[in-house]
Design a binder for this molecule. Structure first.
Ligand code: BGC
Length: 455
């Protein structure tokens, strides 16, 4: 067995990145950030650095009742968010989770938006609020080219979505049309919000030094407050604006090819969007299990695992969800329990198999956390340089299933940022429910801005 183990470990060696490699990833991210922000380089850039029209973090004066939609994470949710300002700031939330069946995710755009509106209808019935025209914030966690707070053209679907006739369209328009088609209730769509931005705003509501948002979940992405003078794709030089980096597309020009393995390429080739979101496919929950599965298939083929038998289960895409990886890697778990998890998944393992499987999972998620940390190190150092500081304290609001559920991801990511950006003292703040609370906060600001324009 030692021989087998040694051989399978060799396969994993490629996944272990050196400090120099990580520094190189950080440096390349910085170059891509620059390209995304530059007027001349933006069109060909991979990391798009989309402006969000969110020009400040909350100041505590936000108030009102808002509806929020959350599309693009693990679940689809509709939320009612009540924000009270003044001495006692409170945020009260009610929400319902709805399933989006695979056929709807990958059907027509009209079916998708009809389904969304159907869920809103159900929620409004449930809350008894069909007759109020509430302002709505639409957390839509996909790359959008925004021209204002309430207009966002879907550039490309990511993660598991592939509905037709949506790419190139304004998703706020699609939502409004869906609401009209139903002729049952009316809503005032005020803002389209990326989940990273919602997360940053939620965190900033509690902690004013938060100017960065990070999602490590089904997908991977970050946003931060950039100086207007550096965002060459938007008119004006005064103040700051939050940019949705869409860093998942980092590497789509081949700049990460030297660290991508044959397993990364296999996962990419079999995905819904081959060639796209290459960095995301190395660091996010939707794909880590797939990388693991591809390695296990290879090790089995080579006779190192599962007695050389590739079961139907192992051939099934998507079996290793984040929650399973998290369980398998939990330190408190005895190997026997790892075997029982594999058993639940329909994989018969020996004790030796379970050791290898655990090792594979650990290696893949370790690299994911380090890569994510390298990206974040580039971001915080950029902010520090923007401000001309030798040393800077900053807070990052984070959410996502991988960050929350995985036993080691967060720790390794934090450590990597510390090592790669030693001049920044970064505090990570778990900021749950950005897609609800954050969207409502942004909607509140949007309503206030509109009132100011009108008066
Ligand atoms: C999307 C981003 C999103 C991230 C996290 C990515 O696939 O492109 O817009 O922020 O997932 O949900």
């Amino acid at each position: 067995i030692l021989g087998t183990r040694a051989k399978s470990l060799k396969t994993l060696a490629e996944f272990r990145l050196t400090n120099d490699q990580l520094l190189e990833v950080k440096k390349r991210m910085r170059t891509e950030i620059q390209n995304g922000l530059g007027k001349k380089t933006h069109d060909n850039a991979t990391v798009k650095m989309w402006p969000t029209y969110v020009r400040s973090t909350p100041d505590g004066s936000e108030k009102g009742d808002f509806l929020a939609l959350d599309l693009g994470g693990t679940n689809f949710r509709v939320l009612l968010v009540k924000i009270r300002s003044g001495k006692r700031r409170t945020v009260e939330m009610h929400n319902k989770i709805y399933a989006i069946p695979m056929e709807v995710m990958q059907g027509t755009g009209e079916e998708l938006f009809d389904h969304i509106v159907q869920c809103i209808s159900d929620f409004l019935d449930y809350m008894g609020m069909k007759n109020t025209r509430l302002p709505l914030g639409f957390t839509f966690s996909f790359p959008c080219r925004q021209t204002s707070l309430d207009a966002g053209i879907l550039v490309t679907w990511t993660k598991g979505f592939k509905a037709t006739d949506c790419e190139g369209e304004d998703v706020v328009g699609l939502l409004r049309e869906g609401i009209k088609r139903r002729e049952e209730f009316d809503l005032d769509v005020v803002a389209v919000v990326n989940d990273t931005v919602g997360t940053m705003m939620t965190c900033a509501y509690e902690e004013a030094t938060c100017e960065v948002g990070l999602i490590a979940g089904t997908g991977s992405n970050a946003c931060y407050m950039e100086e207007m003078r550096n965002i060459e794709t938007v008119e004006g030089d005064v103040g700051r604006m939050c940019v949705n980096m869409e860093w998942g597309a980092f590497g789509d020009n081949g700049c990460l090819d030297d660290i991508r393995t044959e397993y990364d390429r296999a996962v990419d080739d079999l995905s819904l969007n081959p060639g796209k979101q290459r960095y995301e496919k190395m660091c996010s929950g939707m794909y880590l299990g797939e990388i693991v599965r591809n390695i296990l298939i290879d090790l089995t083929k080579r006779g190192f695992l599962f007695r050389g038998q590739i079961s139907e289960t192992l051939k099934t895409r998507g079996i290793f969800e984040t929650k399973f990886l998290s369980q398998i890697e939990s330190d408190r778990l005895a190997l026997l329990q790892v075997r029982s998890i594999l058993q639940q998944l329909g994989l018969d393992s020996t004790c030796d198999d379970s050791i290898i499987v655990k090792e594979v999972c650990g290696t893949v998620s370790h690299r994911a956390a380090q890569l994510c940390g390298a990206g974040m190190a580039a971001v915080v150092d950029k902010i520090r340089e923007n401000r001309g500081l030798d040393q800077m304290d900053i807070t990052v609001g984070v959410d996502g299933t991988l960050y929350k559920l995985h036993p080691h991801f967060s720790g390794i990511m934090h450590q990597t940022v510390k090592e790669l950006a030693p001049k920044c003292n970064v505090t990570f703040f778990l900021s749950e429910d950005g897609s609800g609370k954050g969207a409502a906060l942004i909607t509140a600001v949007g309503c206030r801005m509109r009132e100011q324009e009108e008066s």
